[in-house]
Design a protein around this ligand. Structure first.
Ligand SMILES: C[S@@+](CC[C@H](N)C(=O)[O-])C[C@H]1O[C@@H](n2cnc3c(N)ncnc32)[C@H](O)[C@@H]1O
Length: 511
C-alpha cells in the first residue's frame, strides 16, 4: 500500500500493518516538511479536511477493533496477541478507508463472518466490492436456490417455444427450435429509431467513403468474395453446451455458470427494416471499425461474459450454392453432416445478428458462435465493454477469404494412436483428450490467445514447426497407458493430475 513505499514518516516496525488513523495523523502533521515527497499529495487535503473528531471517535470506538465475529471460539483462542492486534489493525484500516470514501480491498479474514455483527459493522462486512454510492448500504446476497430457479426459467424459454420458420431441419430435435420471447417495446419508438439509424449510417458511410477515396489508401482495398458461408466445428450432438469455466459440456446450460440471455426486440414489420428493429436494448448498428467491412454491431452498455444472443435468424435453404453466394449464411449440422443453411441475406427475414462482423484476431473477438438444437447462438466469452464492436469468428475458410490468417485449430487436431486408440494431446499443456471436439474446445477456450501468439510471433509462416514440436512433446509426455473411462472417480481419488474435460470422454492422464 502507498504508505509502505511512499510514506514520508518513519516507523519503528515497518513490517507491522499500521493503524491507519495513527498514520494519517502523522502524515497530516508532516505535510509541511514533505512538500517534495512523492506521496500522492492530492489525497492529503482530503485527509486533512476530515474532522479530527472523526478519527478520535473512530479510534475510541472499541467495537471497531472487534474481530471475534470472523473467527470461531477455537480460532480466537489459538490467535496470539500479536495476531489479534494485526487483524484488528487490518480491520480498522479497511473501515477507515471505506469511511473516507477511498477504494479499499476487504481483508480476506473479514469475508468469512462467523457471528452476526452489530448493525454498525454490517455496513462494512456486507461490502464485497467498494462502490462510491453504496459504501454504506447493506447489500443482500441472492440465495443460491433463487439463482437456480431463475436459470430454470431461462432454459424453459428456449426449450418450450416454437419457431416460425416454414421449413425445418429434418432432425426431431431441431423441430422444437427456440424462438425466444421478447421484450415488449413501444414499436413506434423503435421504428423511428431504426429508420433514423439506417439513414444516419448510410450518410456517415458515404461521407467516409468520399473522404477515403480522396486519401491515399491506408488499407489494401480488397474485393471481398461473397462466396462463403460461416462454419462451425461439426457437432455430433448439439444439445450440449461447452462451459469455458468448467471445461466441460452440459446438456443445456451450465448449472454453475448459466448464460444471460439477451432477447431480440419485437419486430412485426415485413419490410427491410426488420433486421434492424430486432436489435436488443443496449446494442446499435453503425459503421464497423474494421476497414471496408461495412456495418457492424456495437455495445452501448457493458455486456458481461456469458451473455447469449440469438438465435441467428434467416431463410433456411438446403442449396449450398445459394448459401455460398451471400456471405450471410451459417451452416447447420445434424449428426455430423451438413443439414441446411440459415441465410440472413434477406433483411425482411433476418435479425440484427446478420450485422455482426468477423474478428481478425483472438484479442478483438468477444463472441463465440455455437449450434444449439439446430440453431446458431452467439455467446460472449469475455465482458463486452461499452463502445466495443461485437465480433465473432466465422471459421477458418471464411476468415481466409476475408484475408484473416488465424490459427487453424483443426490443423492441431491430428491424433496420435496408442493401443489402437486415437488420442489428442494439447500442444500447450499436458492435457489429452479422447475426442477431437474436446481437444478443440480446450484449445479454443483455454489457450486461444496463446495459440494466436505462437502463430504470430514464434512460428510465423512456419506451421510445420508447430506440428513438429507437438508430436515431439507428445512422445515425451504421454504415458502410454489407457485408463478405462469407467473409472474416473477412482482416478480422481488417486489424485492423478490433469484430468481435464468430461471424465467420461477424457480418459488419458498425462505424466
Ligand atoms: C455477416 S456479414 C456482416 C455484416 C456486414 N458488415 C454488413 O454490413 O452487412 C459478412 C460480411 O461482412 C464483411 N466482413 C465481416 N467481417 C469482416 C472483416 N473482418 N474484414 C472485412 N470484411 C468483413 C464481409 O463483406 C462479409 O462478407
Amino acid at each position: 500500500m502507498v504508505y509502505w513505499t511512499k510514506c514520508p514518516v518513519e516507523f519503528s516496525k515497518p513490517w507491522e500493518p499500521l493503524d491507519v488513523s495513527t498514520l494519517i495523523k502523522q502524515l497530516i502533521s508532516s505535510i509541511g516538511m514533505t512538500a517534495n515527497s512523492s506521496f500522492a499529495f492530492d489525497e492529503i487535503p482530503k485527509l486533512a479536511n476530515m474532522e479530527q473528531s472523526d478519527f478520535r471517535k473512530f479510534e475510541e470506538d472499541e467495537r471497531s477493533g472487534d474481530i471475534e465475529q470472523y473467527f470461531t471460539k477455537t480460532q480466537m483462542a489459538s490467535l496470539s496477541d500479536y495476531e489479534k492486534l494485526r487483524y484488528r489493525n487490518m480491520k480498522k484500516n479497511y473501515e477507515m478507508m471505506v469511511k473516507m470514501g477511498l477504494p479499499a480491498q476487504k481483508p480476506e479474514f473479514m469475508k468469512k463472518q462467523i457471528k452476526t455483527p452489530s448493525a454498525k459493522h454490517t455496513d462494512f462486512a456486507s461490502e464485497d466490492k467498494w462502490k462510491p454510492s453504496s459504501s454504506k448500504k447493506n447489500i443482500a446476497q441472492t440465495p443460491t436456490f433463487m439463482q437456480r430457479s431463475k436459470k430454470k426459467q431461462r432454459v424453459k424459454h428456449v426449450d418450450d417455444t416454437d419457431s416460425d420458420e416454414e421449413w425445418r431441419p429434418s432432425s426431431e430435435k431441431a423441430k422444437k427450435s427456440a424462438n425466444p420471447p421478447v421484450f415488449k417495446l413501444l414499436k413506434k419508438t423503435r421504428k423511428a429509431k431504426s429508420e433514423k439509424m439506417e439513414q444516419a449510417c448510410a450518410e456517415e458511410m458515404s461521407r467516409k467513403k468520399d473522404e477515403e477515396n480522396k486519401e491515399a489508401h491506408r488499407y489494401p482495398q480488397r474485393q471481398l468474395p461473397k462466396t462463403n458461408y460461416m462454419y462451425l466445428e461439426v457437432p455430433d450432438d448439439d444439445e450440449f453446451i461447452y462451459c469455458e469455466d468448467c471445461e466441460r459440456e452440459y446438456e443445456g446450460d451450465c448449472p454453475v455458470h448459466p448464460c444471460i440471455h439477451i432477447y431480440d426486440s419485437t419486430s412485426t414489420t415485413k419490410s427491410e427494416k426488420r433486421a434492424m428493429e430486432t436489435l436488443p436494448e443496449g446494442l446499435s448498428v453503425k459503421e464497423s471499425r474494421i476497414p471496408n467491412a461495412g456495418l457492424g454491431v456495437f455495445a452501448d452498455k457493458t455486456f458481461p461474459q456469458r451473455s447469449r444472443f440469438g438465435p441467428y435468424e434467416g431463410e433456411v435453404t438446403t442449396d449450398p450454392d445459394k448459401a455460398h453466394s451471400t456471405g450471410y449464411a451459417w451452416q447447420i449440422y445434424d449428426d455430423g453432416t451438413t443439414n441446411h443453411y440459415i441465410d440472413a441475406n434477406n433483411k425482411t427475414k433476418s435479425n440484427w445478428m446478420r450485422y455482426v462482423n468477423c474478428a481478425r484476431n483472438e484479442d478483438e473477438q468477444n463472441l463465440i458462435a455455437y449450434q444449439y438444437k439446430g440453431q446458431i447462438f452467439y455467446r460472449s466469452f469475455k465482458d463486452i465493454l461499452q463502445g466495443t464492436e461485437l465480433l465473432v469468428w466465422y471459421g477458418q475458410d471464411y476468415g481466409k477469404d476475408l484475408g484473416i490468417d488465424r490459427v487453424d485449430i483443426k490443423s492441431l487436431l491430428k491424433p496420435r494412436y496408442i493401443n489402437g486408440e486415437a488420442i489428442y494431446g494439447c500442444p500447450l499443456c499436458k492435457a489429452c483428450f479422447s475426442h477431437d471436439r474436446f481437444m478443440s474446445n480446450h484449445l479454443k477456450y483455454r489457450h486461444g490467445t496463446k495459440l494466436e501468439w505462437m502463430l504470430n510471433h514464434e512460428l510465423r509462416g512456419d506451421k510445420s514447426r508447430l506440428h513438429h514440436s507437438i508430436s515431439h512433446r507428445k512422445k515425451e509426455n504421454i504415458r502410454e497407458t489407457l485408463i478405462s473411462s469407467k473409472e474416473p472417480d477412482m482416478l480422481l481419488k488417486e489424485g492423478l493430475p490433469h484430468l481435464i474435460g468430461d471424465s467420461l470422454y477424457c480418459y488419458y492422464i498425462i505424466l
